[in-house]
Design a binder for this molecule. Structure first.
Ligand SMILES: C[S@@+](CC[C@H](N)C(=O)[O-])C[C@H]1O[C@@H](n2cnc3c(N)ncnc32)[C@H](O)[C@@H]1O
Length: 293
């Protein structure tokens, strides 16, 4: 119990100051509308091109939406723009403050934006239609506990949309081969891959915890949900944007990779869509053939 508490404090301590997410996307005057807008523009046009569709921003108007680990509120704003009744929690007080500023600058309403822990969400059972969490749960000490909390606060017909890191090209080529083996980080970390991921996975490195999951591990995390869709997304740096302002492949390479469906094999994010109960009625193929349209 004590150990877990320390870890959570470590995580909270890490995600502050220079590690408050997304702030490095813009060099404009911080905390102005222009700053938030540039961050948002780059996020959807460059860094996470799958997100506008993937997060279903446009489809949850009039619903109660919770974002777990809302960062500076960029995605929560999108749900609010389409009329969702939004709430956000994050471990970090800076994140909470910045998310509130983001909403205020746009004159958008929200239900609550508060400090909170994904592993013990400060909400009643079955309170939300949608729980969204992007790039957060692989950092919390007990990820399974956080997924169970999402399940608990979802209404019976509710849906979760979650992104966690996947073992895609970046994981095997960049982290394991180049950093782990060639640069000797695996040896330096006493052959403990988890420590290597922690050391090199984030923009400023040395995160207290970063998990990177296989398909099987993701499915195990969400195994209490009845309906599960798990897809790999995003080729990322070199493909969509130049890493550290260096080099990006010609757009033809990116187009061919996407055309060949390589994103599903070597993408670096898992986009998980999960429902507590599925209301889908399976229709047999032959039944479809006898339908009107
Ligand atoms: C990589 S950032 C992602 C933030 C945002 N979703 C985004 O995409 O920019 C990770 C965020 O998760 C938050 N976080 C980590 N563990 C958490 C927990 N147990 N409960 C709530 N927030 C947490 C951190 O404070 C940080 O803001």
């Amino acid at each position: 119990m004590n150990k877990e508490k320390t870890q959570l404090e470590e995580v909270k301590d890490y995600w502050k100051g220079k590690n408050v997410p997304q702030q490095w996307y813009s060099e404009r005057e911080p905390y102005t509308l222009q700053w938030f807008n540039e961050i948002s523009y780059k996020r959807y046009k460059l860094y996470y091109t799958y997100l506008v569709e993937g997060a279903e921003f446009a489809y949850h108007g009039n619903e109660k939406v919770l974002e777990v680990g809302c960062g500076i509120g960029t995605d929560l704003i999108e749900y609010a723009k389409y009329g969702a009744n939004v709430s956000g929690v994050d471990l970090g007080p800076d994140q909470v403050m910045l998310t509130k500023i983001n909403f205020k600058l746009r004159g958008l309403p929200y239900e609550t934006i508060q400090e909170g822990n994904a592993e013990s969400l400060p909400f009643d059972d079955e309170s939300f239609d949608l729980v969204y969490s992007f790039g957060v749960l692989h950092h919390t000490p007990d990820t399974k506990k956080a997924v169970n909390e999402i399940y608990r606060v979802l209404k019976k017909d509710g849906k979760a949309i979650v992104m966690v890191y996947a073992r895609g090209w970046k994981h095997y080529i960049k982290r394991c081969l180049f950093q782990g083996l060639f640069r000797g980080r695996w040896l330096a970390n006493s052959f403990d891959w988890k420590k290597v991921y922690n050391e090199i996975s984030e923009v400023h490195g040395n995160s207290p915890k970063t998990d990177i999951y296989s398909n099987k591990q993701v499915r195990e995390l969400f195994n209490n949900f009845k309906y599960l869709e798990v897809k790999k997304k995003r080729l990322g740096e070199f493909f969509e944007y130049p890493p550290y302002n260096t080099y990006v492949f010609p757009s033809i390479v990116r187009k061919v990779c996407y055309f060949l469906g390589l994103e599903l094999l070597i993408g670096e994010n898992w986009l998980v869509k999960a429902q507590k109960f599925t209301v889908k009625k399976e229709t047999k193929l032959w039944e479809v053939l006898f339908k009107h349209y």
